[in-house]
Write a protein that binds this ligand. Structure first.
Ligand code: PMV
Length: 378
């Protein structure tokens, strides 16, 4: 009908280098600690969302990749918060909304689809309501990590201190152009069905005695990451990311009953990175893993080719997607190095990596024009 509005948005997932784990307020989605992430490349991975509002819709409706999905309390919180702020002259605030969302990557593969999905959701509905103010707060209501996908490159989400959460917002630390980092996403496929992050982190807060230790060492770690980003210090950034990922999964193991996200394949990748770095005499790769079995590797562009080659020797890799780059003369790794600790190819069973996605850092959801998102949607 004439009386309807339509808006589009796109967002890429972000990868936390310092993880958000644990809320101080679950209704407002306020975290216990600051987190720092990189926004991945929207050309390779993205969620595209179309939001429509019309007086003819009987109820709010959400679909994902063509199938209706439950309108969760979090999604309702996003819609409600934007209705309250609606800047349009119409009665749009009382109209129902239809949101259609498409992921360019497997939703269930644990590729941070909640960060891109709920970010694109918030931006599309905010464009509908013609109010882009407070977007950080609104995206956060959908999924904590979503507020970081608003920004390109490096983003930090401040925990804030206020009970109403108005100071718990994300901002950009550095642009994607500041530092040409690469992320090699190792999709190891579904392990046992992982615990949803919301339930798992609530259980950690309630039961883990290691969580306070994690929180007390985070201020120094966050400062080290900010400094590493500012000074483009790869060895430091990689080490901080690896330590924080290990710390997160240790806290998950200390949760009662425990939460396990990593599989044998994930751990094999982590051990591989340490062996490669040791054999190379420098930090070639870093790693980090979220609430799932996939492991993301951090690399400098000149090392991507070397890293992918070594991965191919040590793992059974299904497909490689993205730019491998040139072979650079930077390898001190012996040519017969297998990376599995055995010293020879095929000596032990090789773990499977379903796909290896080689990503640059990308744009924030706020940088992706509506017209581009609309063109992607069809
Ligand atoms: O945004 P959520 O509720 O899906 O939680 C994300 C939690 C981690 O991915 C494990 C860490 C993070 O900071 O993204």
């Amino acid at each position: 009908s004439d009386e309807s509005f339509i808006a589009y948005a796109a967002a890429a997932p972000n990868l936390a280098l310092i993880k958000y784990w644990g809320k101080r307020d679950s209704r407002l989605v306020l975290p216990l600690n600051n987190s720092i992430s990189v926004t991945l490349d929207d050309q390779l991975m993205r969620t595209v969302t179309m939001a429509t509002a019309s007086p003819e819709f009987a109820e709010d409706f959400v679909e994902l990749n063509g199938k209706p999905v439950e309108v969760t309390d979090r999604m309702r919180a996003v819609l409600q918060s934007l209705r309250q702020r609606c800047q349009r002259g119409q009665d749009l605030a009382s109209w129902k909304v239809r949101v259609a969302t498409r992921n360019s990557f497997p939703t269930a593969a644990g590729l941070a689809s909640s960060s891109s999905g709920l970010c694109a959701f918030a931006v599309a509905v905010a464009r509908l309501a013609d109010t882009l103010r407070w977007l950080s707060t609104v995206a956060r209501l959908g999924s904590g990590s979503a507020c970081r996908s608003l920004f390109a490159g490096f983003a930090e989400w401040s925990a804030g201190q206020r009970p109403d959460g108005v100071d718990s917002t994300a901002s950009q630390l550095a642009s994607a152009g500041h530092w040409d980092l690469r992320v090699l996403v190792c999709v190891v496929g579904a392990g046992a069905k992982s615990a949803p992050s919301t339930q798992a982190m609530a259980r950690t807060v309630a039961t883990s005695s290691l969580l306070p230790a994690r929180l007390s060492c985070l201020p120094d770690r966050l400062a080290a990451v900010r400094e590493a980003v500012a000074g483009r210090d790869f060895a430091s950034l990689a080490e901080m990311s690896m330590r924080d990922s290990n710390c997160l999964h240790a806290v998950c193991a200390d949760t009662y009953p425990p939460v396990h996200y990593l599989t044998d394949a994930s751990r094999a990748i982590i051990d591989f990175v340490h062996r490669l770095n040791e054999a190379s005499g420098r930090v070639v790769l870093g790693y980090t893993a979220d609430a799932g079995p996939n492991v993301c590797l951090l690399a400098q562009p000149a090392d991507v080719h070397l890293a992918a080659g070594c991965l191919q020797r040590a793992f059974d890799i299904g497909q490689v997607v993205g730019d491998l780059g040139e072979a650079a003369d930077n390898s001190k790794v012996p040519s017969d190095w297998a990376g599995d600790g055995s010293g020879g190819e095929g000596a032990t069973a090789r773990h499977r990596i379903e796909s290896l996605l080689i990503c640059r850092l990308g744009r924030g959801a706020l940088d992706i024009p509506q017209a581009e998102a609309a063109a992607w949607f069809d």
